[in-house]
Design a protein around this ligand. Structure first.
Ligand code: IPM
Ligand code: MG
Length: 489
């Protein structure tokens, strides 16, 4: 190995490596052995994460000093870890993604038929998952005895960044179509924003087809006709769920790699977990982490090495050298363990697959960068408030009391229970729990209200025995309402 081969002439690239828990150490060792044999120019720095760190009482599963390594190398190859069950432990994955701004989660889900069994031999989908927002904010509250809440936050810059990333990815990798999945028929404001931004950005890429599906039917199509899709971009939670579905439909979650890309730092991992029951047995398939390693090599400009590793891996699959998880007597020739699989890949370095399509990464590709376009801020006006209260009586009694407390400058517009209007004009069939959303607007109609009027209302509610559990401002933006109308029935 020479100092410059495949390293864009820059010598060895420092990376941070974590061996993780369960099968992590075995698959990391196998992966690094293959990358090294292929001529990857890497200077790995090892950090400890996961179980041992959690057990030392560090709730995030990563030592403060390890962050320093991540920030310095900016490249993290991470084996799976075991997050202890029970309260108090935070998901390391989520912490690393959010703290280091790894906004794009890229998960290629490709079938390798006939060598890995799948119903969909033509499948070649890349899921681009938003990685920081949505319900993953983890902002949850128990608000009343009966009701809990999780905040779903979707931002314009967050949506724009991920959608642009998906289109730039499609352009860079010669893909023909980008599809967006949302549930904007129900979440018109949050998912509606994501979809709207998708339409705006798509217009800047006329050479790439674009389409949107509501996520339920989109997911059904992905699971039964995945050949129809190319790149799919979606908010965090749908992307989490559907990337497992897509990887499994392609053949196995065990062989999919994943890249978490930020504007500074990037993290590469398998999409599967730490499989503790398989640990220490030299059985696990290292392919998911190895393919994540291939994504890493492309990211750091060692595309030739990435091509060599990926093609040798494809050739190994084709030769029927398979670990237990994909072993299938009709196509497999040899059942091997983790170490032997890595050795088989190393033996095939320099070879290309004959049946499966060979890959060719650009020799010194640049990481995809995206910028969010500056835009004028709209005129924002307060026009009311939604006050959530706990109440155990009938909607009519609450409504009449709140009408009195709203006066003179505000008026009660409606009360909903879990989003369904129950006052005025509710129906007795609606199940009411102890959590009510009460909307107040100006007594003069839809006009502006002042923050002082809202504060005075809140203090009247406290005095009236219905203290607020939460409030939301009702705002218009350039005259358009920024809140759902919540008629509900
Ligand atoms: C994934 C995982 C993580 C997620 C878990 C481990 C927090 O399921 O990477 O898809 O939900 O994002
Ligand atoms: Mg997941």
């Amino acid at each position: 190995m020479t100092e410059t081969s495949g390293g864009a002439g820059r010598g060895k690239v420092p990376i941070t490596v974590a061996y993780g828990d369960g099968i992590g150490p075995e698959i990391m060792e196998a992966t690094l052995r293959v990358l090294d044999a292929a001529g990857a120019q890497l200077a790995p720095e090892t950090i400890q994460i996961g179980r041992a760190v959690y057990e030392r009482g560090i709730s995030a599963g990563i030592e403060p000093a390890s962050w320093e390594s991540l920030r310095r190398t900016k490249v993290f190859l991470k084996a799976p870890i075991t997050t202890p069950e029970g309260g108090g432990f935070k998901s390391l994955n989520v912490t690393v993604r959010k703290s280091l701004g790894l906004f794009a989660n890229v998960r290629p889900c490709q079938s390798y038929a006939p060598f890995v069994a799948t119903k969909y031999p033509g499948m070649d989908v890349v899921i681009v998952r938003e990685n920081e927002e949505d319900l993953y904010g983890g902002i949850e509250h128990r608000q009343t005895d009966e009701v809990t809440q999780c905040l779903k936050l979707i931002s314009r810059p967050g949506s724009e960044r991920i959608v642009r990333y998906a289109f730039e990815y499609a352009r860079q990798y010669g893909r023909r179509k980008v599809t967006c999945f949302t549930k904007d028929n129900i979440m018109k404001i949050t998912d509606g924003l994501f979809h709207h931004v998708f339409d705006e950005v798509a217009a800047e890429y006329p050479e790439i087809q674009n389409e949107h599906w509501i996520v339920d039917i989109g997911a059904a199509k992905l699971a039964t006709a995945p050949e129809q899709f190319d790149v799919i971009v979606m908010p965090n939670l749908y992307g989490d769920i559907l990337s497992d579905v897509a990887a499994q439909v392609a053949g196995s979650v065990g062989i999919a790699g994943s890249a978490n890309i930020g504007s500074e730092v990037a993290m590469f991992e398998a999409i599967h977990g730490s499989a503790p029951r398989r640990a220490g047995k030299n059985e696990a398939n290292p392919s998911g982490l190895l393919l994540a390693g291939v994504q890493m090599l492309v990211h750091i400009g060692q595309g030739e090495v990435a091509t060599r590793v990926h093609n040798a891996w494809l050739a190994t699959l084709e030769d029927g050298v398979h670990t237990y998880d994909i072993f299938n007597p009709s196509v497999s020739k040899e059942k091997v363990g983790t170490r032997e699989f890595a050795t088989a890949v190393i033996e095939r370095l320099g070879k290309e697959p004959k049946v499966l399509k060979a890959v060719h990464y650009p020799a010194h590709g640049r990481p995809i960068t995206v910028t969010v376009k500056p835009r004028a801020r709209p005129h924002k006006e307060l026009v009311g408030t939604d006050v959530f209260v706990e109440w155990l009586g009938a909607p009519k009694d609450l409504g009449q009391m709140l009408e009195r407390l709203a006066a003179p400058d505000l008026r009660l517009v409606m009360i909903t229970n879990r989003g369904t209007k129950v006052y005025p004009e509710g129906v007795p069939e609606t199940l009411c729990v102890d959590h009510w959303r009460c909307r107040f607007q100006s007594a003069q109609g839809e006009g502006p209200v002042t923050p002082e009027q809202v504060v005075a209302l809140l203090s009247r509610l406290v005095g009236g025995g219905v203290p607020p559990i939460k409030t939301e401002g009702l705002f218009t933006f350039d005259g358009k309402p920024g809140f759902s109308l919540g008629q509900g029935q």
